[in-house]
Design a protein around this ligand. Structure first.
Ligand code: SF4
Ligand code: SF4
Length: 332
């Protein structure tokens, strides 16, 4: 194995140094079991995670819980649900204490007087046609009005197999509205017909994601290596799956041998006591999991495996930078 400094020229080494200081320790929190949409394929509802635990409603308990999470070393709170904006007092319990990222469908605007610089990631499930089919409405039409001109917002675009050949229209729409966008792939948790990836579709969408990055470099937060890993499900010849996944809740992780993983990562249910298995659905077959954050983290925790060539290490740096930009640890 070679050393970082022997593999990188001065410019890449500076980029490496900027991210190696970050030491990100994230965990994920279900803020609520409720949502104002019911998307077909939502991992949360399709796996009945909304029934796993009742919601804690006492805001003082949320505040005390977040303080304990701080003591546990968490320095990035990722809020999901359900729809976190239905309970802004709970969101505020995090925001006042920790760097906080709020995932939302964008139908309710986060009030910027209360949360001036909180990072907001708005989910988008394709063009108007797909959003109507899968989510029951064109959520982009509402969310883009709500967040127009907001510098702390980006779109998290979940690409479905039906989007092949149609992603440019969506990306252009986002870019023209002045937003950034990050792409991930649908895991078809509810088996909606026509939405399960085939190998050739994955190859096609990889090429299309690369093309979008080339054509819209200011809007698209991504890198080619991420596209490769998420579409092939392979990293340095190793297949993704349960025995490699880094995003497993630490106290529930009894895998042997223990893979490289996110240190102290927990996904908490909204009762603040129950833990979920991982960052996404506990009923999902790991062999078909396309979770973007899990794939990104998979690369990030495997730095040593990328110390094989300058190109491999540069790929690792680009994925780490992408993650750091998405959560605003470095500017985009
Ligand atoms: S908006 Fe998000 S949480 Fe709500 S149903 Fe859709 S995917 Fe699930
Ligand atoms: S479903 Fe995905 S994120 Fe969850 S443990 Fe399996 S591979 Fe990891």
């Amino acid at each position: 194995m070679q050393t970082v400094s022997s593999l990188l020229d001065k410019q890449w080494y500076e980029r490496y140094k900027a991210i190696s200081r970050l030491n990100i320790r994230s965990s994920i929190y279900d803020v609520t079991n409720q949502c104002n949409l019911r998307c077909k394929g939502c991992f949360f509802f399709s796996s009945d995670e909304h029934k796993a635990a009742p919601e804690e409603t006492d805001i003082a308990r949320w505040e005390a819980f977040v303080e304990k999470e701080q003591e546990r070393g968490v320095n990035l709170a990722i809020l999901i649900g359900g729809e976190p904006t239905l309970h802004l007092d709970r969101v505020e319990a995090f925001y006042k204490r920790l760097p906080t990222f709020c995932a939302t469908n964008g139908l309710i605007k986060v009030p910027r007087d209360r949360f001036p610089d909180m990072m907001v990631g708005i989910s988008l499930w394709g063009d108007e046609e797909d959003e109507k089919l899968l989510r029951g409405k064109d959520a982009f039409a509402v969310s883009s009005r709500n967040y127009v001109g907001d510098p702390n917002t980006y779109y998290l675009y979940t690409i479905t197999p039906r989007q092949i050949g149609r992603t440019e229209r969506v990306i252009r729409r986002i870019a023209e509205a002045g937003f950034k966008v990050h792409m991930q792939l649908l895991s078809n948790d509810e088996g909606v017909e026509g939405f399960t990836w085939t190998a050739s579709q994955l190859a096609d969408i990889r090429a299309e994601m690369d093309a979008m990055l080339d054509r819209y470099p200011r809007a698209v937060i991504s890198c080619r290596y991420y596209h490769e890993v998420i579409t092939t499900g392979r990293m340095l010849g190793r297949p993704f799956g349960w025995m490699e996944c880094p995003s497993v809740t630490e106290p529930m992780d009894d895998r042997q041998p223990q893979p490289k993983r996110l240190i102290r990562f927990i996904r908490w249910a909204a009762d603040l006591q129950t833990m979920h298995r991982c960052c996404t659905s506990a009923t999902r077959d790991c062999r078909t999991c396309k979770d973007g954050a899990a794939h990104m983290s998979w690369v990030m925790v495997n730095k040593r495996a990328h110390l094989t060539s300058a190109k491999d290490l540069q790929n690792w740096i680009e994925v780490y930078e992408m993650f750091a930009k998405l959560y605003r640890f470095i500017p985009w």
